[in-house]
Design a protein around this ligand. Structure first.
Ligand code: FAD
Length: 497
């Protein structure tokens, strides 16, 4: 309620926010979480909470009247369709040179992501988080994060026979013949449930095209793990459809947090203020960076340092497809949950997940999302004329990432006598270089904050999400975001409360 006083307010309910809420609540602190997206706990008229990629409706996109599918062409034809404006689950947020996909709702990115739960190789950790001691991460916080998230591996014997992973087996064959290491990648999907989907004994979810707009059954999103545990403490309150607009020092100490209440059309229906002793920024790399850059530039938090808004990266994301020969079908039934990857990080700067193309028909295509060591970093800045925060990333900055991905796929194409697909991202366009799923940075650890996420200049303000990570994790990011949050919150509980 407006005028309330809370000990801790958390902005956002993704990985960082959920870890903070659970651990603070377990330490006896009452926590209020503010989430701009919906609760996603009520079925629609079709009996399902989430819609599938095969039939996107208003639930799919955040405040759009047309879908903006990451893979926006098929056989050279645009496939986006009209939808009604609604506070849907996936935000395709457009900056001048890149579209940044993010989850909206209680659970943040865990609602929409592929569930790939990858711990970086230890030898790469100093590149990922140079100011963090690897021993404590690999001995304590990565194991804690993997346990908290419910990470598991596919049954390798079942994998060999599952028709829904034909695409992954083709990926293995092609990687192997070109001499690249291929391996299973852990996931938070309930693998026993997927076996039942494949056997026809459970309602299909991963095998029914559910992923980008939510997953109705098998995926262990944060709603089923950290957030469920946090709620069970009785100390955590969550306000969905509430968006934080300002955090300002209060006269008597603590911070005044301004909050817009939204309806499902995205209109502001109510404006509230809450007094909080401590505030955790967990709005994701883009959400946290936008808030901090605006609050510094407009004089609300002038003591924030000049690192705020800097060090943003796309985790080197680039997508591409390859056209296979007719004797290499990838399957008309494809699990939306990827289970394998090709590793050429050390030699070529690329780690490629063998991704599904779950369109329901045989495509003879192999599809990949590559994470590359693209060195380019962008910066957020306040635009007083528009009253918005800009990001100076340019589409051309993807080129190093494309070159790194080509170290894998040029070689595979040469070996197999195949070519790239040119019909998935436009008319005669090979590379999906207009987007990222993995925004990272903008309030980098040990730069914009101290080495545990405390913001410079303002005791009681913390950053605890992907904006702490300087732009790249060498693999999919959420396990590292979770593990870093576990590390930082333990220190903050021990020393600041
Ligand atoms: P988020 O999870 O983004 O949470 C931030 C939350 O804050 C959101 O719920 C947002 O709505 C809310 N918020 C923002 N601003 C405000 C505000 N002003 N007021 C109130 N609330 C606010 N990663 C992997 O590791 N493996 C994968 O397989 C994978 N696949 C992906 C697939 C897709 C399509 C996408 C989009 C992402 C994928 N990711 C994957 C990335 C992963 O989901 C993100 O890295 C992760 O969710 C970031 O965690 P976070 O805690 O930083 O923020």
């Amino acid at each position: 309620a407006s005028g309330e006083h809370v000990p801790v307010l958390v902005i956002g309910t993704g990985y960082g926010g959920s870890v903070a809420a659970l651990r603070l609540a377990q330490a006896g602190v009452d926590v209020h979480m503010i989430e701009m997206g919906m609760a996603w706990d009520t079925p629609g008229s079709d009996g399902k909470i989430f819609c599938s990629t095969l039939n996107p409706d208003q639930r799919s996109y955040w405040l759009r009247t047309k879908t903006k599918q990451p893979l926006n062409y098929f056989l050279g034809f645009p496939i986006d369709r009209d939808i009604s404006r609604y506070t849907g689950i996936l935000d395709a947020e457009e900056f001048s040179g890149i579209t940044v996909y993010q989850g909206r709702g209680v659970g943040g990115g865990s609602l929409v992501n592929g569930g790939m739960a990858v711990t970086p190789k230890r030898e790469n950790f100093s590149f990922v988080l140079p100011s963090v001691n690897p021993d404590e991460m690999y001995d304590t916080y990565y194991p804690r994060a993997n346990a908290g998230l419910g990470v598991g591996l596919i049954d390798s014997a079942w994998f060999e026979s599952a028709s829904a992973y034909q695409y992954s087996r083709v990926g293995r064959k092609h990687a192997g013949r070109s001499g690249f290491p291929w391996g299973f990648v852990p996931n938070v999907y309930d693998w026993d449930y997927m076996k039942q989907e494949q056997a026809g004994t459970a309602t299909k979810s991963a095998l029914a095209g559910e992923i980008l707009y939510g997953n109705n059954y098998g995926k262990k999103s944060l709603q089923k793990t950290y957030i469920a545990q946090a709620k069970a403490t009785g100390r955590v309150t969550i306000s969905p459809l509430h968006r934080v607009t300002s955090v300002a020092p209060a006269a008597g100490g603590g911070y005044t947090v301004s909050i817009d209440q939204l309806n499902t059309n995205g209109d502001v229906t109510n404006v509230k203020t809450v007094l909080a002793d401590r505030v955790f920024f967990a709005a994701g790399s883009v959400g946290t960076s936008k808030l901090l850059v605006k609050l510094k530039a407009t004089g609300v938090l002038p003591l924030l340092n000049d690192e705020v808004g800097k060090g943003w990266g796309d985790n080197g994301n680039v997508m591409c497809g390859r056209a296979n020969w007719l004797w290499d079908p990838t399957g008309s039934l494809q699990s939306t949950i990827p289970c394998s990857g090709i590793d050429n990080w050390t030699a070529g700067g690329a780690f490629a997940e063998v991704a599904p193309l779950p369109v329901g028909i045989e495509t003879f295509a192999s599809f990949y999302l590559s994470i590359t060591k693209n060195p380019n970093r962008a910066q957020f800045s306040w635009n007083a004329a528009t009253g918005k925060v800009d990001l100076n990333w340019q589409t051309a900055w993807k080129q190093p990432g494309i070159d790194m991905a080509k170290t894998i796929f040029d070689k595979i194409n040469a070996k197999e006598g195949t070519i790239y697909r040119t019909d998935l991202f436009g008319v005669y366009k090979i590379w999906g270089d207009h987007l990222t799923y993995h925004p990272l940075g903008g309030a980098v650890l040990n730069k914009a904050t101290d080495n545990y996420g405390r913001l410079a200049g303002y005791p009681g303000l913390y950053v605890i999400d992907g904006s702490l990570i300087p732009g790249n994790t060498s693999v999919n990011p959420f396990v590292t975001i979770t593990a870093l949050a576990e590390r930082n919150i333990e220190k903050i509980i021990a020393t600041d409360l």
